[in-house]
Design a binder for this molecule. Structure first.
Ligand code: SAH
Ligand code: SF4
Length: 354
């Protein structure tokens, strides 16, 4: 059986023809009705004389979505729990942004991140990532304009499925999201950045979690810095930016007394010098038992102002959904973690926890 949520329109039609020996055009219609309207009505004139074919197509396809077990709201921010998968819809000035997860948990182990504390439970399949978008758009009926891979997980640790997801989401026969409305955020996995530079549509956006002014601080916050130094990372980013249409978003989680001094701002500026980059400063969101704290607002603003004075475009991000643990780095349901561990212990299957 074939899950329609992991296919492009062409792949879906081809797979059905292989199975049924016919139905290419009708399969393509089923596909676009599903992704554009959220259902398969079969009311298009083409189906009038092809009722039996429609039934055959339907029974050869998996349309199933994971069940939404919880739906939480804070102000206008909404968090969806689909099975053990989390996605967050955030209203922004430019329209709704959906923050999707690419893994359950994450194995990169960043010290400030709640998801990192879970360790990696598993990779999501493309159909599970596409289902998050389908759910937000067609079930919760939110007009999603932008998609960011900034939920749970390191997208470049699940590269193939994430790239497949993007092919599905941008397929003009389906959702048809413009690549410039999609951003992938990585903790800085150099090999995949280079691969992305080679393969990805230049209109897609790349965000990199820099988070520190120098190797000493970054190594303390992000274990990946032991594998790739900030200089290695910068070289990869330079390759990525060789394409003239590309720009980069540098993310910087601002943590009190760790990376928030004006000297840190200057070091960061020196590091980013020469890159076509916009900086996104994210005040640290406290986790359930965080050892860190966000700087006071005045310090946040002073940090941002210093970067601006040095000629950078900087956005100070406001924090959405802190109470429902839907903000950056807060995804990772505690109850869920417990259940998951118990399930795996019972089945005696190994789980990966840092
Ligand atoms: N794994 C990817 C994408 C998911 S994390 C990455 O690390 O880039 C998305 C963003 O949230 C990253 O920039 C990360 O640095 C930030 N983040 C993680 N924990 C946070 C916290 N507690 N407060 C604020 N931002 C956080
Ligand atoms: Fe993983 Fe990103 Fe969290 Fe680091 S910040 S642990 S890479 S989700």
């Amino acid at each position: 059986m074939l899950s329609i949520f992991r296919c492009t329109q062409k792949e879906y039609a081809e797979a059905l023809v292989k199975q049924l020996g016919r139905g290419s055009r009708h399969a393509a219609l089923v596909y676009s009705e599903l992704f554009r309207k959220g259902e398969i009505l079969g009311v298009t004139p083409a189906f009038k004389t092809a009722k039996k074919l429609l039934e055959e197509i339907k029974s050869a396809t998996v349309f199933e979505l994971p069940q939404a077990i919880r739906h939480i709201e804070e102000g206008k921010t909404r968090k969806f729990l689909l099975g053990e998968v989390e996605a967050v819809a955030i209203p922004m000035a430019a329209g709704w942004t959906l923050c999707v997860s690419s893994q359950v948990g994450c194995r990169m182990g960043c010290a400030f991140c709640q998801t990192g504390k879970m360790g990696l439970l598993r990779n999501l399949t493309a159909e599970e990532i596409v289902a998050q978008v389908f759910y937000a758009v067609h079930v919760a009926k939110i007009p999603i304009r932008n998609l960011v891979f900034m939920g749970m997980g390191e997208p470049f640790d699940n590269y193939e499925e994430v790239m497949r997801t993007i092919r599905v989401l941008t397929d003009p026969g389906g959702f048809g999201f413009g690549p410039r409305h999609i951003s992938v955020s990585t903790s800085g996995r150099v090999e995949e950045i280079l691969r992305f530079a080679q393969e990805a549509d230049p209109a897609l956006n790349l965000a990199v979690s820099v988070n520190a002014p120098n190797d000493a601080v970054r190594a303390r916050l992000m274990p990946i810095n032991d594998t790739y130094s900030m200089q290695d990372l910068k070289q990869a980013l330079e390759v990525y930016l060789q394409h003239p249409r590309r720009t980069l978003l540098a993310e910087y989680v601002l943590i009190k007394d760790v990376n928030d001094s004006l000297q840190a701002a200057e070091e960061l500026a020196a590091y980013l010098q020469g890159l076509r980059v916009k900086i996104n400063v994210i005040p640290y969101n406290p986790g359930t038992r965080g050892i860190f704290a966000p700087p006071h607002l005045a310090q946040q603003e002073a940090f941002v102002e210093r970067l601006r004075a040095l000629g950078f475009r900087v956005l100070l991000r406001s924090t959405h959904g802190q109470k429902i643990m839907a903000a950056c780095g807060q995804l990772g349901d505690l109850e869920l973690r417990k259940q998951y561990r118990l399930k795996h212990l019972a089945a005696n299957t190994p789980i990966h926890v840092r």
